[in-house]
Design a protein around this ligand. Structure first.
Ligand code: ASN
Length: 327
């Protein structure tokens, strides 16, 4: 990973100082290729782009230690949307394959350690497919990642040279670990599960450092993830995280959805969510969606990995860091 070229405070508050920098321009051009390649690939597979809101009465509660930003929308209490998940699932009423490049806003804890990969405002390439299994979404994601990398290598030779990034095209299928196996692997490096039941950030980075291709972690425990993932008989979830290699860590998460209203309400209760707040979403489920699966890739995390950047701050032109509004 390359050391941050421009001080963090300039990146937040002085675009006049950094926007002309050749490295910054190179990153933004690579990001443009990533977005264009994503849209081209998904359209070629029959996906349509769905626009989703930024303000809503409720949003995705499965955002781990982060909280929501609340706001007043006329005389109603509203939230800034933390993930497109509810809208992706709702769209399955009418569509087979959708994607959205959605803005996600999360009140992440202010923690200087997180500045390498956590933003309060970021984008996700969110994908949802009717009748698809988790496995099908994994294969689609691998093809998408490989397509993006090949496009960047073809179109951004000069930019990659400026960034000093030697980008390797990954081989598919990507390696898979269950959450249990990943924990056991991390234990061999001296890490254990954090108090929140998740692999700690350091454990995940340690695993990421010993891989040269992205890899999957499957079957997270049901207590630590959102109510929208389907539970298996052994009590783990039909979900997955995609971990980028070389120490870049988590880059995407998704899974097969729980769509049976009774089970969704049960899972809401387990994860401390009040079902009455999600009435509209439960009505959507009651109207009948049989099966769907999806995934969301963090655009800035993908950019960070592809460009080989030390900090996520460099992977977005006008960053919003936890606690720092910037410009
Ligand atoms: N994008 C994730 C998914 O598709 C959900 C999330 O962002 N919390 O499952």
């Amino acid at each position: 990973m390359k050391k941050l070229q421009i001080p963090i405070w300039d990146r937040l508050y002085r675009p006049d100082r950094f926007l002309r920098d050749p490295k910054v321009k190179a990153i933004i051009k690579v990001q443009d290729t990533i977005l264009e390649a994503t849209r081209k690939f998904l359209h070629s597979k029959g996906f349509i782009e769905l626009l989703v809101p930024v303000i809503a009465p409720v949003t995705d509660p499965g955002i781990r230690q982060a909280q929501f930003f609340e706001m007043q929308f006329y005389n109603q209490r509203a939230r800034l949307v933390s993930s497109a998940i509810l809208y992706k699932i709702a769209s399955m009423i009418a569509f087979e394959k959708i994607y959205t490049i959605a803005i996600n806003i999360r009140k992440e804890p202010i923690n200087l350690e997180n500045f390498d990969r956590t933003l309060s405002e970021f984008r996700q390439i969110d994908i949802e497919v009717k009748e698809a299994s988790r496995k099908q979404i994994q294969r689609l994601s691998e093809d998408l990642i490989i397509h993006i990398i090949k496009s960047v290598k073809r179109e951004n030779e000069e930019e990659l040279k400026i960034l000093g990034r030697d980008l390797r095209t990954p081989h598919k299928p990507f390696r898979e670990y269950t959450f249990r196996e990943a924990v056991e692997f991390a234990e061999t490096f001296g890490y254990c599960i954090g108090p929140d039941g998740e692999l700690s950030r350091d454990a995940e980075i340690a695993l990421s450092k010993v891989h040269y291709d992205p890899f999957w972690i499957l079957d997270y425990p049901k207590e630590v993830r959102g109510f929208y993932y389907k539970e298996k008989e052994d009590g783990t979830l039909l979900d997955m995280d995609l971990i980028f290699p070389e120490g870049f860590g988590e880059g995407a998460s998704g899974g097969e959805r729980e769509l049976e209203p009774v089970k969704v309400v049960q899972r809401m209760r387990i994860t401390g969510v009040e079902p009455s707040e999600y009435e509209w979403f439960l009505k959507v489920l009651e109207s009948g969606i049989t099966k769907c699966s999806g995934i969301g890739f963090g655009v800035e995390r993908l950019t960070r990995w592809i460009c080989g950047l030390e900090s996520i701050v460099e992977a977005i032109p006008f960053p919003k860091l936890p606690g720092y509004l910037g410009v």
